[in-house]
Write a protein that binds this ligand. Structure first.
Ligand code: PLP
Length: 456
């Protein structure tokens, strides 16, 4: 077979692949536990060979062995972690983006793709109440979004100090809390900056006064360049007290406020919970993962800056071969995150939004919230279960009376072995617990009832 020539063999290959895609979209594969590496190795055998397996051979390895060894995150009963539920339109357009060979880095050769992505980013910026200056780019995930935003924040803080004739501090630090996502600690390690943990209030929220205390307690020589507030904590779905955190950032002389809405940012589109985000409009940067609760395929995270200029200053790569691209007053997505070559990964999200309209997104998110509230009611009604936190978004966290960590793990293992659901235990306040995280509009109240019934 030829690598590039459009001939009968390649056409047949593409038709077989498309047939597979159609069959997959028409059918939810069963939930099955992962095989061991040895089992998979024995079943698959060598695949990278000098002569190649041919189209049929390679596709058969995928359909017979590789696909069944992985659990699709769009299963309505995939309720562990934060799953994903791409719309059919977004999934379909991912294929178009893949085959377009259009790079999403620079305006020069990606203007159409970038324009579409910017419209999708604008929708998110409008939901957050950010000014018309706002902009940014789509990155691989919340982890890369948080890192890129914090790199921008530190660069801006260094510039501000230099403008005032000050040297860099001995140590830079970011303020977060015990419920901040692990990726913020990870970003701090990459950046070699410190993390100062502020206390949570009784409602498990980061608040302005706690930020003030954390800043005041910083070691000598340490300065704070950013505060990370979370709009929907991963474990229990709490939205931090954003307006109060914004006040603290202002009072401390304009410290960068980053809002991590990787999971919960989608709730900005849901009128029933929108008030929880009051104050988000004052952030300097915001991350929302469409691959979590906004029905996009992996990997798609939106990074939006109130003002993209400090990001451009922090992230633009300079070289003789790049300057022709960057020396123009055009908007290059790759200048705003830690990336150069980039897939136009926001375009499937844009396409689905353009197809369905934002009302459909609002309704789908509201539906997941309603299912979560029904799940909450079932937990509260069960004598053997205790609700841990009143759900603010679509996470329902609970415990089973008398159970220890091994009981939870055994229960989750059994659900997986029986193909009933994907659940994983978590810890809350140091104690083992369970959580449903509902981001899939196809998850029903009945799905939750079936799972809860196995706890009786
Ligand atoms: C999932 C999550 C992240 C990390 O996002 P990835 O897309 O997995 O990299 C960051 N913050 C929060 C609050 C999250 O829920």
């Amino acid at each position: 077979m030829d690598l590039h020539r459009w001939d009968a063999d390649n056409e047949a290959l593409v038709r077989d692949v498309v047939d597979h895609v159609l069959a997959r979209l028409d059918d939810q594969p069963p939930i099955t536990p992962a095989p061991t590496a040895e089992e998979l190795d024995a079943a698959v055998g060598p695949t990278i060979t000098p002569e190649g397996l041919g189209a049929d051979g390679a596709l058969r390895v995928y359909t017979d062995h590789l696909r069944p060894a992985s659990i699709p995150c769009d299963d309505p009963r995939y309720l562990a972690f934060v799953a994903s539920a791409p719309s059919i339109a977004a999934n379909a357009f991912d294929f178009v983006v893949s085959t377009s060979s259009q790079c999403g880095s620079h305006w020069m050769d990606g203007a159409g793709m970038v324009h579409a992505e910017n419209q999708a980013l604008r929708w998110l910026a409008d939901l957050a109440g950010l000014p018309s200056s706002a902009g940014g780019c789509f990155v691989t995930g919340g982890t890369m979004g948080n890192l890129s935003a914090l790199v921008t924040a530190r660069d801006a803080a260094n510039r501000a100090r230099a403008d005032r004739g000050l040297d860099r501090p001995t140590r830079w630090a970011v303020v977060s809390s015990s419920s901040t996502h692990a990726s913020v600690d990870s970003a701090a390690r990459v950046m070699d900056v410190d993390v100062l943990h502020a206390e949570l209030d009784d409602e498990l929220r980061l608040t302005g006064p706690a930020v003030v205390d954390a800043i005041a307690a910083r070691p000598d020589g340490t300065e704070v360049f950013a505060v990370v507030a979370t709009a929907g904590t991963t474990n229990v779905g709490v939205v931090d007290a954003l307006a109060s955190v914004a006040d603290a950032c202002d009072d401390a002389g304009g410290i960068w406020m980053h809002v991590d809405g990787a999971y919960g940012g989608a709730g900005l589109a849901a009128p029933s919970v929108r008030h929880r985000y009051d104050g988000v409009e004052r952030c300097d940067s915001l991350v929302v993962d469409p691959h979590k609760w906004l029905f996009s395929p992996f990997d798609c995270a939106a990074l939006v800056y109130r003002d993209p200029e400090p990001a451009r200053l922090a992230h633009t790569q300079h070289a003789g071969y790049l300057d022709p691209l960057t020396d123009h007053p055009v908007f290059n997505p790759c200048d705003h995150a830690h990336v150069l070559t980039r897939r136009a990964r926001g375009v499937p999200f844009w396409f689905s939004l353009a197809v369905h309209g934002t009302d459909a997104y609002r309704d789908a998110i509201e539906h997941t919230l309603a299912v979560a509230r029904a799940g909450r009611d079932m937990v509260v009604a069960a004598d053997h279960l205790d609700l841990l936190v009143e759900p603010e978004l679509s996470v329902v966290a609970f415990t089973r009376r008398g159970w220890g960590v091994d009981d939870y793990q055994a229960w989750c293992d059994q659900l997986l072995a029986d193909g009933v659901a994907v659940m994983t235990p978590t810890t809350f306040d140091g104690e083992p617990a369970m959580r449903f995280c509902i981001v899939n509009p196809r998850t029903t109240v009945d799905d939750l009832a079936v799972i809860l019934a196995t706890l009786a």
